[in-house]
Design a protein around this ligand. Structure first.
Ligand code: AMP
Ligand code: ZN
Ligand code: FE
Ligand code: FE
Length: 288
């Protein structure tokens, strides 16, 4: 794995896309900080799905070892079969608007989990809802916890088989998530003082659809991401420049078991992070 310091000793880098056990990551916020400190990654963002509960513990642990934590979140929705993930950075994690939204989304997530359990039962697969809730702990409940409970119950061979055969997109027991308008996600991030960034656009997005999001208030694009080829990265950099959007990037780290999202490899220059912070501060100043 690349060590941030030896990779380019004069530039400081940041990894702005990291999940913890507060959503579907394998490591607690404190463990994530330790992994980052060992790799000398000094600026990170905790961007859990639909929760900010990992931010404070990470920030606290980070202060002790010199890892600075940008408060973040990853919100998701589907629009016309296109899955959209929006990252929020420099959000006020105590914001009423944000917490109201997150509470509602997590209630919907629980209802969706119940529907998936019922659907599995109709297919003859009995999974105890409480077991799934246990797996999620205090974190955002979702399909990864259902998959883990299915493995534990011995009804599938593996985590991946649970998705492939039963709960992956389009599989027999998959239930769609509730739909929010992309504008609503951007708005709630703005209401909490943060910047809204389109996560890993990959090859699903056209320049025009990103321009449309920009008109809704989008502040940036996640240009550096394991899903992006160098060519895609270059194209998104160009588009960001043309549309006056900020650039971000990160590993989308969840686990050490899969090699696709390694900590330490997908990163951006820390000056981009400072620019993003200034942008949020300017917007708050303009409001008051
Ligand atoms: P949810 O938020 O409940 O829809 O779950 C989404 C999460 O499930 C993603 O972030 C992935 O971690 C995981 N996931 C979704 N589809 C698959 C798949 N086909 N194979 C493995 N994991 C998946
Ligand atoms: Zn995830
Ligand atoms: Fe995502
Ligand atoms: Fe993510």
């Amino acid at each position: 794995m690349i060590n941030f310091k030896t990779a380019a000793p004069n530039i400081e880098y940041a990894d702005l896309h990291i999940h913890t056990s507060a959503s579907d990551g394998d490591f607690s916020p404190e463990q994530v900080i330790k992994l980052c400190a060992d790799l000398e990654i000094k600026t990170i963002s905790i961007t859990d799905h639909d929760t900010v509960s990992g931010v404070m513990p990470a920030a606290k642990a980070g202060r002790k070892v010199g890892v600075s934590v940008v408060p973040g979140v990853e919100l998701g929705t589907n629009a016309d079969d296109l899955e959209i993930h929006i990252l929020g950075y420099f959000i006020d994690i105590k914001s009423t608007a944000l917490n109201h939204y997150l509470t509602e989304i997590n209630e919907q997530r629980l209802r969706r989990t119940e529907l998936i359990v019922e659907s599995l039962a109709r297919h003859g697969i009995e999974i105890n809802l409480d077991k799934i809730i246990d797996k999620a702990g205090n974190g955002t409940i979702g399909r990864p916890h259902i998959a883990k409970a299915m493995v534990e119950a011995g009804v599938v061979q593996s985590y991946q088989a649970a998705f492939n055969n039963w709960i992956g997109d389009g599989a027999p027991a998959c239930e769609k998530k509730s739909r929010q308008e992309p504008a609503e996600l951007i708005e709630v991030i703005h209401q909490s003082g943060g910047a809204a960034v389109l996560a890993h656009p990959g090859n699903q997005w056209t320049g025009e659809s990103i321009r449309q999001l920009k008109r809704l208030g989008l502040d940036g694009i996640e240009v550096v991401h394991p899903r992006h080829t160098k060519k895609m990265e270059a194209a998104y950099r160009k588009l960001a420049f043309e549309c006056n959007l900020f650039i971000t990037g990160g590993s989308d780290f969840h686990t050490l078991k899969r090699k696709v999202n390694p900590l330490g490899k997908y990163k951006i220059d820390v000056t981009s992070v400072k620019r993003l912070k200034k942008h949020c501060e300017r917007r708050i100043d303009a409001k008051y």
